[in-house]
Design a protein around this ligand. Structure first.
Ligand SMILES: [Zn+2]
Length: 307
């Protein structure tokens, strides 16, 4: 059996996953792309026990959970809702608030939706992320308050975010974003070191917080600051990322409390880095990623899709 492909549009998605059994069949096909294989003896014939999301081996009776390792293991919320939520979170630009999702799903209980989103967001944290490499643009921006905030004085009440993005010529590669307390050398250098491979070329503006990069294992290319416009020409990709980020925060969430901002940055980065591989995003959110077979789309796009 070939591994399941991924619906490209919302109507296609709805046709594909109309009910619980369609969702369960997708889980089974994702987990056993070559067909069911009993973990104990390798038997291949099973009974389906749909109410408990179990498969039972016809030969030896071993029961295997279809949902083990997924975000919805042991929850009572229907699989169709989980699939919907993960699809919308994985693909929709710009994202989804709990309230929007509640409306989309037609659910009465806000708590149910909130819990689902919370679990899906936790699945967005990728622990072993590959460092950025190649040519990297690094810059900071203020979130909240007036659009053109100043550095240092005049920035009160706003949150400072530093970002790095791979410059692949016409297009941007992967991105990282982090909430920071100030733009000192120690903090900016630590951010770069935590996210960018040694040997990379780092493009920044002339802020002296970046000066220490010269002495690290990077090729640092600062541009002494002129007008904001000139900085945008020098660092186009990171400025576009910041602009998209702000539009999303304003539009979807109507501004964000600084204490929740890092979580939203994580969500933005997750989706941005998988924008060309929605199936990977969808399966990662559901917790299916690690079960995939060897000859797949997943590995094909792996270098682009990690973290
Ligand atoms: Zn068996």
């Amino acid at each position: 059996m070939p591994r399941p492909d991924f619906p490209k549009t919302l109507p296609e998605f709805q046709r594909r996953f109309p009910d619980e059994s369609a969702c369960r069949a997708y889980l089974v096909a994702s987990r056993w792309p070559e067909g069911y294989c009993c973990p104990r003896y390798g038997h291949s014939e099973v009974f389906d026990l749909p109410r408990r999301h179990l498969m039972q081996c016809k030969a030896c009776g071993l029961q295997t959970s279809v949902t083990a390792g997924t975000v919805f293991h042991r929850t009572r919320t229907p699989l169709t809702y989980w699939f919907w939520a993960a699809y919308l979170m994985a693909t929709q630009t710009p994202g989804m608030s709990a309230l929007q999702l509640q409306r989309q799903l037609g659910l009465n209980r806000y708590e149910t939706v909130w819990t689902m989103l919370h679990k899906l967001r936790r699945a967005m944290v990728a622990p072993n992320r590959e460092p950025l490499r190649g040519i990297i643009e690094v810059d900071e921006t203020y979130i909240g308050g007036p659009e053109h905030g100043k550095r240092g004085r005049g920035a009160g009440g706003k949150a400072l975010v530093v970002g790095a993005v791979e410059d692949r010529g016409e297009t941007a590669g992967r991105v990282r974003l982090q909430l920071i307390s100030n733009s000192t050398r120690a903090i900016l250098t630590a951010f770069v070191e935590a996210n960018v491979e040694h040997g990379a070329t780092i493009k920044t503006d002339g802020l002296d917080g970046y000066e220490a990069l010269d002495k690290k294992h990077y090729c640092h290319r600062p541009r002494i600051q002129g007008s904001g416009e000139r900085t945008t020409i020098w660092l186009p990709h990171i400025h576009r990322v910041f602009s998209n980020l702000k539009t999303w925060l304003r539009g979807t969430h109507h501004g964000v409390d600084p204490k929740h901002l890092q979580a939203y940055l994580g969500e933005f980065v997750f989706r941005y880095n998988r924008r060309r591989t929605p199936m990977v995003a969808f399966q990662t959110l559901l917790g299916l990623g690690s079960h995939l077979g060897p000859t797949t789309y997943y590995q094909l796009y792996r270098s682009e899709s990690t973290g």
